[in-house]
Write a protein that binds this ligand. Structure first.
Ligand code: NAD
Length: 293
């Protein structure tokens, strides 16, 4: 067995670089369409309460919009906002012609039902791709607005140039926003998909036979390096902040790099792609609203 101190052999799937390239293209398309139609794509960003992590995400989304020529409209509401008030705001935004995308930053405070909120968003403006309509479209092999994180993971996997048909893919985590839509994306691409979750038995044996592992359990270092099949592709969605302020993922990166062919770092892997796909979805919704596609 190689020492964990040896240099990594896996190639890095650089989400930061891919995101930068994609954001340039998204910005160019947004600019051309804005000139043609006399308005910019518009994204409404709703934040309820003052959760520090959510504030950081919302700020990054707003900055991403600005740089890509997308107008962002902020709605920062107090933590005691009622569900009824939030639903009223969503109804207004659904009807507002300058708004192409509506994003409600999750989690919302406990007195608000996030499913009710997501379902209230016009599916054509659901740029997070969380609405059951959009998940259903993906399940029925007719994707419309796709969930941003899994969509970003697919773009990263595409970078490897691998043919996904028949590949053994193991997803660790089955949430509505990552694991489940990730399974649908990989199925659509022709892969053989296993979804594991907190009730699954023998996680190691699933991971050991995977050509592609997507780790999204939210458990730091859950996926051990020695579980990784030689030549596998590892997509680490997990994000954990350590005491020294640095970030790490669900995969033991150094050890996994000894076996994998490709691996995403944390930070700089999936994270930058999630916001990029939000921008892509906003421009896609804009085009649909303008009758461009
Ligand atoms: P979640 O808590 O909603 O879901 C976690 C899933 O993991 C559940 O389905 C659970 O059953 C499963 N799970 C828990 N323990 C497990 C185990 N031991 N084995 C197998 N499955 C297990 O979390 P989420 O919202 O899907 O997020 C997951 C992680 O991804 C978090 O760390 C989150 O911060 C991160 N995340 C990152 C991005 C990004 O852009 N990089 C986006 C979304 C989420």
């Amino acid at each position: 067995m190689r020492s964990i101190m040896t240099t990594s052999t896996a190639q890095i799937l650089d989400g930061k670089a891919l995101a930068a390239r994609m954001r340039q293209d998204i910005g160019l398309e947004a600019e051309q369409l804005s000139q043609k139609h006399g308005r910019k794509p518009g994204l409404a960003v709703i934040l309820v309460g003052a959760d520090p992590a959510s504030q950081v995400y919302v700020k990054a989304k707003k900055t991403g919009c600005e740089k890509a020529g997308i107008a962002s409209y902020s709605h920062e509401l107090p933590a005691n906002t009622t569900q009824q008030h939030l639903l009223g705001l969503i109804t207004e935004l659904n009807q507002d012609p300058k708004i192409d995308g509506i994003l409600v930053q999750l989690p919302v405070p406990a007195h608000i039902n996030s499913e009710t909120i997501i379902e209230a968003i016009d599916p054509g403006k659901d740029v997070d791709g969380f609405h059951p309509y959009n998940l259903g479209r993906l399940a029925a092999r007719q994707p419309a607005l796709r969930s941003c994180t899994p969509y970003g993971c697919m773009k990263l996997i595409e970078e490897t140039g691998v043919d996904l048909h028949g590949m053994e893919c193991v997803i660790v985590g089955a949430s509505n926003i990552v694991g489940r839509p990730m399974a649908l994306e990989l199925l659509l691409a022709g892969a053989t998909v296993t979804v594991t979750h907190k009730f699954s038995r023998g996680l190691q044996s699933h991971v050991e036979r995977a050509d592609i592992v997507v780790a999204a359990a939210g458990k730091q270092g859950l996926i051990k390096g020695e579980w990784i099949k030689p030549g596998a592709i590892i997509i680490d969605v997990g994000i954990h902040r350590l005491e020294d302020g640095s970030l790490t993922g669900d995969v033991a990166f150094e050890e996994a790099s000894q076996n994998a062919a490709w691996i995403t770092p944390v930070p700089g892997g999936v994270g930058p792609m999630t916001i990029t796909m939000l921008l892509a979805n906003t421009v896609q919704a804009f085009k649909t609203h303008l009758g461009e596609e």
